[in-house]
Design a binder for this molecule. Sequence first.
Ligand code: PMP
Length: 422
Amino acid sequence: MSDAAQLLARSHELRERALVRTPGGVHSNVRLGGPQVFIEYARDAWLYDVDGENYVDYLLGQGPNFLGHAPRHLVEAVSSACERGLIFGGQHKLEVEASEVVCEALGWPDMVRFGVSGTESVQAALRLARAATGRKRVIRFEGHYHGWLDNVLAAEGSLGWGTASVGQLPGHLDDFAFVPWNDEERFARAIEEEPDVAAVIMEPIMINAGVIEPAPGYLDAVRALCSKHGVVLIFDEVISGFRLGLGGAAARYGVVPDLATYGKAMAGGWPASALAGRAELMELFDKGGVNHSGTFNGSVVAMAATHATVSHLMDSPPYERIASHGGALMDGLRGIGEAHDLPLRVEGLPMAFHVSFGTAEVTDYRSLQSLDLDRYARLVPELVAHGLWVAGRGVWYVSACHGADELDAALTRFDKTLTDRA
Ligand code: PMP
């Protein structure tokens, strides 16, 4: 590759301009510490920057580009929807079709309400749970992320669980009780002892902090205790939904929540989210006085993107292909770590896995901290400079567009990064 200053000349210029008009030069704080590279365009599993360099993409827009960048069927559906008008302030057929296909793909929900971002759908879920139970408190899990708004942001980035932002309301977490992930006993104690519990909310597989699966039987135990205490169980499947399989984590682990939130992969890159659930809960938006509003909810293009993406996933499921690529990539990365004599660890599922350094056993957020997460974060700018587009927090996402060429490029570039820094 060309010399670094040369490589980033155009990006550097854009960055200088961005800093004048935008705090930190970025529009989401998640990107503050990220690569200062400006992307010109993206196709399939590749990004191309304004300086002419390319990157194999394993970040996928933080997850949404599950079918790759600009897949034909999605671009066509969105373009033809645009021609008919963008937003009506009234109902349209695509909303109905998108609702039907989402419920059919997921299998368990009766009804769905669309929104624009995962954060908003989480808010709707919490409000609905409180309305349904007449209770207030929520049990949640250390290291799980549920959006950036005042009442749920408990993370330093997505990883921590202490106070997250200057300017949040004092006492914004007073209505939440935190328990460690994968600790059945602690959860049982919390739900027995906490007063006034309306809901339990979780990422049914931790992906924002490490990729940590639920221990066998854990979700069943949580489900049973929620049912016993009349507590609404909310799965936040904003990342896992449609990625782990058509039915998301609920289907993978065979546990049905009362409500679940979706986003990211559901619309293939277009901003759209969903709250799905059992009819008796969802009907409260209609007959129970629970407000859920939004100018852009169910907008034409969002519905076209959702319908096209979910229909495509049903008609041509890419899950086996993704599992095979992801599995080979995980093995390849481990092999490179061994060859360089590094304690590199690669854990999780082929469609979303976590790369870090360390040897400790990891079952929850606290044990994750015993890994050398900073060491991996320090490697990321070098990986990017070698043409691998990955995130500092260590999660790698695989899409339906990753194939043999991408596998070869990823492993070669990863290996070269380690060799060049040695
Ligand atoms: N829940 C989870 C599990 C997420 O990963 C995210 C985003 N990373 C959100 C909620 C918030 O979604 P959005 O960024 O679309 O508001």
